[in-house]
Ligand binder design. Structure first.
Ligand code: NZQ
Ligand code: ZN
Length: 386
């Protein structure tokens, strides 16, 4: 097992009617900016629950944060934070609203020339404006981690940021919010969380027995609840297990003491930036070709995954490893998620070269758990995903 340090300060408040507990978590004298997305919270009753819980607070609102939170929109919210002298941020939404709020938490206390520098210069936020979240869509784990991904449509960029100052102070997880999520977003959430586990697991063995079994247990749980959640998102037991699995998939726990990959996300983010494809779907496009291209480096863990998650016990390590990739692709297809770039766009020619060039320009020359995924390899992997 590798050395590690682990600290996660986010308080989780989980369960039915948990939104009522909001008022206990925010300082009484706070001036709160309530941030939300395109309006789903006004249709499903979450907005009313939040407003009721905040009835004794001084609250300003900012709605309209789009999926793949857009820099230009967030800059408008930043102006509001300064004009209104906001002291506390509350994100009510999915990963996009929470990530946008993390950017604002960092930008509100940032003294540099332009807040975009936080993303391009990879400035880690040690201290941000305090914020909490009410999660409405299980998927990203953003509710219990310190990372965010921000999009800039003008330049077709999508870049990550983070730092120890960007953990939410608290996150409220009421699985009842899942009842109103459209099927497409449920499938996205399942796929994103599943791939988060793979990014931290599908590397090479280091004898981290517990981390491997944590990871496998999350995969098992997601596979078990996926059909139930899709069939009936009001099934509370299934929804609760889905929600907690997504949070646990990316709150830092399973990645400690083990190698991490994250090359799938690096390539996937470019597909969203270039084509606007939903985040989770970009991962399903890249996963099969990434694992096939890096088969030799990953086959021991692929075979372990085959045995323990898919119960594939016959054949050689290579046979099992290959079968596991096929099973994963089938799972994505069963969710209704296509796994080829050409399923999403007819303009895919040149994409691999463009992504490789972007990585070269940014100095991203060595991705993956072995730090050996060069832009040349990225080009080949993306081409295999056409
Ligand atoms: O905007 P509204 O109207 O709220 O609608 C949203 C949005 O259209 C809707 N939705 C959310 N909760 C709902 C609901 N509809 C009905 N009922 C509900 N209860 O779902 C749509 C998608 O929401 P979004 O927040 O964009 O989805 P998700 O949670 O998948 O977040 C994706 C973003 O997170 C980033 C992605 O790159 C992408 O930008 N990620 C963040 C990570 C992190 N911070 O750790 C890690 C991930 O790998 C990912 O990169
Ligand atoms: Zn993801």
């Amino acid at each position: 097992m590798n050395n590690f340090e682990f600290k996660n300060p986010t308080k989780i408040i989980f369960g039915k009617e948990a939104i009522k507990k909001l008022e206990n978590e925010i300082p009484n004298d706070a001036k709160v900016l309530l941030l939300y997305g395109g309006g789903s919270i006004k249709k499903n009753g979450v907005y009313e629950q939040v407003k009721t819980a905040l009835s004794n607070f001084n609250v300003v609102e900012f709605g309209g944060i789009p999926a793949n939170p857009e820099y230009d929109t967030l800059i408008k919210a930043l102006t509001l934070i300064k004009d209104e002298k906001i002291t506390y941020l509350l994100a009510v939404g999915g990963g996009s609203v929470i990530d946008g709020t993390k950017f604002l938490s960092a930008a509100a206390l940032f003294n540099g020339a332009t807040p975009w520098d936080i993303l391009t210069q990879k400035i880690r936020t040690e201290k941000g404006m305090p914020f909490g979240t009410v999660l409405t869509l299980p998927a990203t784990g953003s509710e219990m981690n310190s990372g965010a991904v921000i999009t800039r449509a003008e330049t077709k960029e999508k870049l990550a940021m983070g730092g120890p100052g960007l953990f939410p102070e608290f996150s409220i997880l009421d699985p009842q919010v899942i009842a109103s999520i459209p099927r497409r977003q449920l499938a996205n959430g399942l796929t994103d969380a599943f791939t988060h586990v793979l990014e931290q697991y599908m590397t090479y063995p280091v004898g981290a027995l517990l981390q491997d079994r944590f990871a496998e247990s999350i995969l098992h749980t997601l596979l078990e609840v996926a059909p139930k959640v899709l069939k009936n998102p009001s099934n509370y037991q299934a929804a609760a297990n889905f929600m907690w699995s997504c949070t646990m998939a990316l709150n830092g726990l399973i990645q400690k003491g083990v190698p991490n990959d994250w090359a799938v996300h690096a390539m996937g983010h470019e597909l969203t930036a270039l084509f606007g494809i939903d985040h989770a779907r970009t991962l399903a496009i890249i996963v099969p070709s990434h694992y096939k291209y890096n088969f030799e480096a990953k086959k021991e863990k692929l075979a372990q995954y085959a045995e323990r998650v898919w119960q594939i016990t016959e054949g050689s390590i290579d046979d099992k490893a290959y079968a596991a990739i096929e099973k994963t692709v089938n799972f994505f297809h069963e969710l209704g998620i296509d796994t080829k770039l050409s399923d999403y766009t007819i303009d895919y020619q040149g994409t691999a070269e463009e992504i490789a060039k972007r990585f070269t320009d940014r100095g991203w020359l060595a991705l993956g758990e072995h730090q050996d995924i060069t832009p040349e390899k990225v080009e080949k992997i993306v081409k295999m995903a056409y």
